[in-house]
Design a protein. Sequence first.
Lengths: 313, 313
Amino acid sequence: MKYAVGVDIGGTTVKIGIFEENSKILDKWEIPTVKTNAGKQIITDVSNSVKSKLSEHGISMSDVLGLGVGAPGAVDENGFMCGGAVNLGWEPFNLREAFEKELGGITVKAANDANVAAFGEMWQGGGRGHSDMVAVTLGTGVGGGIIVNGKILAGATGAGGEIGHIHLEDDEPDTCGCGGHGCLEQYASATGIVRLAKRRLAGDDMPSVLRDGEVSAKTVFDAVKAGDKLAIEVAEKFGYYCGKGLAAVANVVNPQVFVIGGGVSKAGDILIKYIEPSFLKYAFPPCRGAKFAMAELGNDAGIVGAAGMIINN
Amino acid sequence: MKYAVGVDIGGTTVKIGIFEENSKILDKWEIPTVKTNAGKQIITDVSNSVKSKLSEHGISMSDVLGLGVGAPGAVDENGFMCGGAVNLGWEPFNLREAFEKELGGITVKAANDANVAAFGEMWQGGGRGHSDMVAVTLGTGVGGGIIVNGKILAGATGAGGEIGHIHLEDDEPDTCGCGGHGCLEQYASATGIVRLAKRRLAGDDMPSVLRDGEVSAKTVFDAVKAGDKLAIEVAEKFGYYCGKGLAAVANVVNPQVFVIGGGVSKAGDILIKYIEPSFLKYAFPPCRGAKFAMAELGNDAGIVGAAGMIINN
């Protein structure tokens, strides 16, 4: 039996998994991300943890097909972190080469964490059976990952699939985190949904359950499911912009499927009901056939995708 | 010496070229596109013409690395023409397999003509030295082709890179050819520029050389170069929308370079001056580094790209 290792480096913990070559997970665990000293220790910590766990399982390095790794920053085709990783304290360097060195020259593949998660969803999750896919992460921000013909689209500076800042609205007064106005992220992220809800609540005094407690993406969609009219208006606005943004994406890369993940996606299939009408309105007819599916792997998408880059390359 | 054949099937003529494996063109010629009988004869005509020309040059089939072909319709990764080719009378069929059959099983690669031309520009034209490129064709309509990591992005239904119908303007009263309102093509194509110019001319009676003759993309940009104020306003509007549309493209695929071709591009570098400010305004910061270059291969881009798919695969 041969094995692959998947690593997902986050700002607080590093998730690691050992996978059998048939894609079955053998073991998964986490170690803390030590960010002191510009994060220099992280790669050594991960490598030592991997070596020790492989040894526990009686797996020799010669039976390891390789290690895949996702990191929170732009990573180009060669495994170079173009802008470092702000959340880890990393300056620009070659992540792939650093792991190769620590692990005695085994095959290493490195990519941006969102792109790796997208690859995982294609291999084992909501995008299974497809080779042209766009993963859309509706979390604190809006991120994404694009798979073209079964491969990650990294982009010139590792920013491929960073769809959150597509401009959609000329008349947006609020400023986006990127400095722009009217970005997809301002309407389709958890933060954006709260912003839309608060703006709507302030607009008049229409009754709504949202007036009585915390306003979050979750409470908004819970209220939608309970038939709250104001919440439904907010969901329609969310869907209008999200559909319009994904139509632009479809008009560029013509995917088979969009896989929706991130915290907001916990609301479930109901999101698609609000996204689809606007998507169909703005997508070019040959690109309208793209399906919508929900992400399935949750927090494991990163380690699954990282191992998948090795096993399913 | 080994050779590759490049074929570019158009609605009036088929362009064909024989290339040496070092990329040098040995011969190029055209044959008429016979569209009668649902275009069934085209592939046989092309194959016979290729065989006869190879024979003239004393090249045996065993020295031919393969044949690349671009056709005016959506072509998927497998060479299947998903929607046929309206301009040729073709119903959906597998173009790659049809040529393989006619040519005794040599390697054949087929793709959409705009994507093939984009590949040509990457290999030998304005995108030389780059592997992540977007070709933008500003002609009667707006088309394009996307190259990711040196390969054509075909898309799920062969519509990858068909960027002309990205929605950019909510307040556009005129209807686009696709049925939508406010598509990139309505502002950045030759037809779109004429539309913008006529609308501006009708707006008031500001003097302009454009009032005295034919209004075309060429006369508009000639007037811009001569300092005509009204024409400059039209060019600014063109540039605003074109830059905004290409920013959306950059935010999805993060290319190294945009290569601008098509009839409108005959105006030259001046286009970039009008596109760039809006591009920089709307592009996500990590994607702003994309360069702009002009297409260099003109009508040969198709045969060069088609041969390139064989030689530079």
